[in-house]
Write a protein that binds this ligand. Structure first.
Ligand SMILES: *Cc1c(COP(=O)(O)O)cnc(C)c1O
Length: 363
């Protein structure tokens, strides 16, 4: 395979090469149908089979308990910033949602939720420049609130929750868009987990939602049908024409992950990839990692060089060497290396070799 870069894009992001090859192979003629998977009805047995299997594979890989349901929603990750309050904020009469503010995406979800109730920030990382996950005391959380929302991995700042809080009866909602399937996770700690597809799952525009059954049926009356989890769950995500292509590719990615050895093995590989780069950052003095060691993400590694000019030169020269998309988020600047599941360990090693060589020439 020629001309494939090491792709550090934050999202849409790299997909496993065998998955892309399989898509190419069967794109014109899906399993002898004489038509593409994207040319047939979402209600054909062929596609319904793919859909059901995708739900099954997610259940198996994430060890989703039996009292949870999985559905697919339109609109990517951020549509969930509206869907979660529409469906859950009325769980209690106070119509209040709690948030831990850990970066740009938690900020947006706070703004969105306040359209339908009270959005209260219980802890914020703002004072330390979002370099860590702030501590919270679960016992002090307002039990009159409907849920607590956290972003499990902060894509822009490169921090993640090392451990999830035990919130007892207060449902915990997790935005796992940029880390789903990158590590084992105890689903039973959450009332709801969602993830936009375009980082570790498949093409953009789709979201996976894992929701505990007892939280269904409480949506606000004005909730649009397509944004109502209860409807999506009841209709097995086929309330209208679902994102067929994204689900199909996600299905192949899940097979790839299962064949690789599942989440425990992927988690171990992700720890190794990230450690390689963090070690290079820590021993240098030239590179400045943003995240506090206890909150470091294995998916998005954010750092700065001594000047903006060096940041720019780093990104340009890396790109010329086939290390693609290392530029930081437009609202943060600096460098960000996204090491999602599909980035092979060789990609992390190539980045470290480039960093060392760049420092020698510019340090
Ligand atoms: C990428 C990302 C999103 C945004 O997803 P869209 O599909 O662009 O709406 C939301 N939350 C987190 C944590 C993300 O990393």
């Amino acid at each position: 395979m020629t001309n494939r870069v090491y792709n550090f894009s934050p999202g849409p992001a790299a997909l496993p090469l065998p998955v892309l090859e399989r898509v190419r192979e069967e794109f014109l003629d899906y399993q002898g149908l004489g038509a593409s998977i994207i040319e047939i009805s979402h209600r054909t047995p062929q596609f319904e089979g793919v859909l059901a299997e995708t739900v099954e594979l997610l259940g198996e890989l994430l060890e989703i308990p039996a009292n949870y349901r999985v559905c697919f929603a339109h609109g990517g990750g951020q549509m969930q910033f509206s869907m979660v309050p529409l469906n859950l904020i009325a769980l209690k009469p106070a119509r209040k949602a709690l948030f831990v503010h850990t970066g740009i995406f938690s900020g947006r979800t706070i703004d969105e939720a306040s359209k339908w109730g009270t959005a209260e920030v219980v802890a914020s990382g703002e004072e330390t420049g979002f370099d860590r996950i702030p501590a919270i005391d679960p016992a002090a959380l307002d039990q009159a609130a409907s849920y607590l929302h956290i972003v499990t991995n902060n894509t822009v700042m490169g921090t993640r929750w090392a451990e999830f809080p035990d919130t007892g009866d207060l449902p915990l909602v997790g935005d796992a868009t940029s880390e789903i399937l990158s590590r084992r996770i105890d689903v039973s700690k959450f009332g709801l987990i969602f993830a936009g597809a375009q980082k570790n799952l498949g093409p953009s525009g789709l979201a996976v939602v894992i929701v505990r059954e007892d939280l269904l049926g409480q949506a606000l009356p004005e909730t649009p049908v397509l944004l109502d989890y209860t409807r999506l769950v009841r209709d097995r995500s086929l309330t209208n024409t679902v994102n067929v292509f994204s689900i199909y590719v996600t299905n192949l990615v899940l097979h790839w992950l299962k064949d690789f050895g599942g989440l425990a093995k992927m988690e171990e590989q992700n720890e190794r990839k990230a450690a390689l780069v963090y070690q290079a950052l820590d021993r240098s003095g030239f590179y400045r990692p943003l995240a506090h060691p206890e909150s470091r993400s294995t998916m998005n590694l954010v750092f700065d060089l001594p000047s903006e000019e060096l940041n720019q030169r780093f990104v340009e020269e890396a790109d010329a060497e086939g290390l693609y998309k290392l530029k930081g988020h437009r609202e943060r600047g600096g460098i960000r290396a996204s090491l999602y599941n599909a980035l092979p360990p060789e990609g992390a090693a190539a980045l470290v070799a480039f960093m060392e060589e760049f420092e020698r020439r510019n340090g």
